[in-house]
Design a protein around this ligand. Structure first.
Ligand SMILES: Cc1cc2nc3c(=O)[nH]c(=O)nc-3n(C[C@H](O)[C@H](O)[C@H](O)COP(=O)(O)OP(=O)(O)OC[C@H]3O[C@@H](n4cnc5c(N)ncnc54)[C@H](O)[C@@H]3O)c2cc1C
Length: 400
């Protein structure tokens, strides 16, 4: 990058998981022409993307999502090749289906069949035979999908940014974007007391999306919640390494989900809270009730994982009313693409970044992203998000 350069082919607002991926994929075709602007320090922990692991899975409730998840694996593999680093760990995935679920298991299974994704239906006894770490006391069965696993999120975000910089991208931290205006078909961007210009723009601002969209006169009905994950120091940690223990999700609306020991010397487990918050004034304090619920769940279903709490990490989650992403050109702005991860996008981070780069650089994407349009009915103002609707979720996806 030329020192003092202020005019770029492309700018990305927000360098969390999705924006970092966009900067990387843009930079591959436009070396030296990508500007990334992040309001906090790079790799900060105030948003949605910064933890050791996020679940990656092919188990989805529509064929379109399953196909996009297959493309996600390909994008991560390309990044791994470029970064010379393993970022995806295929430790297998168990989805537990308890009787009281409101999610539609048939929709998940049919979608995988349509896309030739192999999976097994396991009884509770089958699960405990294969993974003796689990205990069950109710009527439950599971779906096992061997390609599921985790993405090393902190490593993946760093890899996207590192390689974007290697391709000549300019990534600036502590640069909150505070104004946007269209000029000559492109954009003038005010950030951190400076002014930049870009011909084309990506908005990947996560929980702060509506503030940035507001500069373009747009908004979408998003809700932001305060979530947390906890790490427990199991005395039997060797039984919870990725070669012996899968990722798992309890398929109910406010679901429990967990990971093998990866990145920290503890078993990671979480339960959605869906506690509305403001991203600027949020608390970083853990919710102690949630911690207790996790300990009780472990005692009941994964007793050998129980040990001292290592730590709890809080973070934000951004919800759309229908749990589908936003991944589209901003209405009235053919040169600006925006994305919102809708509670389950980390596994797609690299392919979402690639898709946005394709849209701006090639004019089209090979993926079916019609469900993620700005103009869909469920994105109209006033729509409620899932945690605001009693009995919601037939066929809708679980978070994560
Ligand atoms: C507890 C938890 C568990 C999850 N588990 C999974 C999982 O297992 N699998 C999965 O696939 N997904 C999971 N998700 C969802 C996934 O992590 C998110 O969908 C994804 O990380 C969203 O990334 P993002 O880049 O949109 O948001 P963020 O990471 O929050 O990035 C947005 C960035 O934009 C910056 N920004 C905002 N406004 C401005 C501005 N004006 N100027 C400059 N910068 C700005 C912010 O500072 C931030 O860095 C989980 C999320 C949480 C919270």
């Amino acid at each position: 990058m030329a020192p003092g350069k202020t005019s770029f082919g492309y700018a990305v607002i927000g360098l969390g998981g999705l924006g970092s991926a966009a900067a990387y994929w843009l930079s591959k075709r436009a070396p030296g022409e990508v500007l990334g602007l992040e309001q906090f320090e790079l790799g900060h922990e105030r948003g949605e993307s910064q933890d050791h692991s996020r679940i990656i899975r092919l188990t989805y409730h529509t064929p379109e999502y399953v196909k996009f998840a297959q493309a996600a694996y390909r994008a991560w593999a390309a990044l791994e090749d470029d970064a010379e680093e393993q970022l995806v760990v295929k430790c297998g995935e168990l989805n537990f289906w308890p009787d009281r679920t409101t999610l539609n298991e048939d929709a998940f299974n049919r979608s995988m069949q349509v896309c030739d994704v192999p999976f097994e239906r396991l009884s509770a006894a089958d699960v405990t035979k294969r993974f003796p770490q689990f205990r069950f006391d109710g009527d439950i069965h599971a779906i096992y999908q061997p390609d599921g696993g985790l993405v090393g999120a902190i490593k993946a975000n760093a890899a996207h940014r590192r390689l974007a910089c290697r391709n000549g991208a300019t990534l600036r931290d502590n640069m909150p974007v505070s104004g946007l205006r269209q000029i000559n078909g492109g954009y003038e961007i005010s950030a951190g007391g400076q002014t930049f210009e870009a011909e084309k723009l990506i908005i990947a601002a996560g929980p702060w999306t509506n503030r940035v969209l507001g500069y373009l006169g747009q908004s979408v009905p998003l809700k932001v919640t305060h979530e947390q994950v906890s790490y427990f120091a199991s005395p039997h940690l060797e039984k919870f390494r990725p070669d012996r223990f899968p990722v798992w999700i309890w398929m109910i609306l406010d679901n429990y989900y967990g990971f093998p020991a990866y990145g920290a010397e503890g078993v990671k487990i979480a339960k959605d809270r869906f506690a509305p918050t403001d991203p600027d004034t949020r608390s970083f304090d853990p919710d102690l009730t949630n911690q207790d619920e996790l300990r009780q769940f472990l005692s009941r279903h994964l007793p050998e994982a129980v040990g001292p709490l290592l730590y709890t990490k809080t973070c934000l989650l951004t919800h759309t009313p229908d749990t589908d992403f936003i991944l589209d050109r901003v209405p009235g702005h053919p040169n600006c693409v925006a994305t919102v991860g809708a509670t389950h996008a980390f596994k797609f981070a690299s392919v979402i970044g690639q898709t946005m780069a394709d849209m701006l650089q090639l004019g089209a994407t090979p993926h079916d992203i019609a469900a993620f349009r700005f103009d869909r009915d469920r994105l109209k103002a006033g729509e409620k998000t899932r945690f605001e609707i009693d009995g919601f979720a037939e066929q809708q996806c679980a978070a994560h």
